[in-house]
Design a protein around this ligand. Structure first.
Ligand SMILES: [Zn+2]
Length: 105
C-alpha cells in the first residue's frame, strides 16, 4: 500500500513518513514545527488509517492554534475513530468526496 507522502493540513504541507516505532506503545507521532507525521511502518489497513487520522488531528488542532485540544489524547483518539468509521463504513460518502474533488480540478 502506497502512503500519501504529503498532505495539506490547514496552511501546512505535512510529510508522512513510515518508520520503525521507537516503542511498542508508540504507533505514530506528529511534529508540527517541522510539519512531519511519522507512523509505524508495520501498520496496515484500518489501524494504519486511524493512526494517520489521529496524527492529522493533532496537526489540525495545532494549525488552528488550539494547543489545549492538540494535547487532548482522549479527544483526538475518539475523533480519529469516528472519522475513520465515516470514511470506511460509508462508501457513498467517499464517492461523494471524489465527485466534489473532480468538480474542483
Ligand atoms: Zn496522539
Amino acid at each position: 500500500m502506497k502512503l500519501p507522502r504529503r498532505h495539506r493540513i490547514g496552511p501546512y504541507n505535512y510529510k508522512l513518513i513510515p518508520r520503525k516505532a521507537p516503542t511498542e506503545e508508540s504507533v505514530g507521532s506528529c511534529e508540527p514545527r517541522i510539519s512531519r507525521i511519522q507512523v509505524n511502518k508495520e501498520l496496515s489497513g484500518r489501524f494504519l488509517l486511524v493512526t494517520i487520522i489521529h496524527e492529522d488531528l493533532h496537526a489540525a488542532f495545532d494549525a488552528i492554534g488550539r494547543q489545549d485540544l492538540y494535547t487532548d489524547e482522549a479527544l483526538v483518539d475518539s475523533l480519529a475513530g469516528v472519522l475513520t468509521g465515516l470514511l470506511l463504513d460509508s462508501p457513498n460518502y467517499l464517492e461523494f468526496l471524489m465527485e466534489i474533488r473532480d468538480e474542483h480540478k
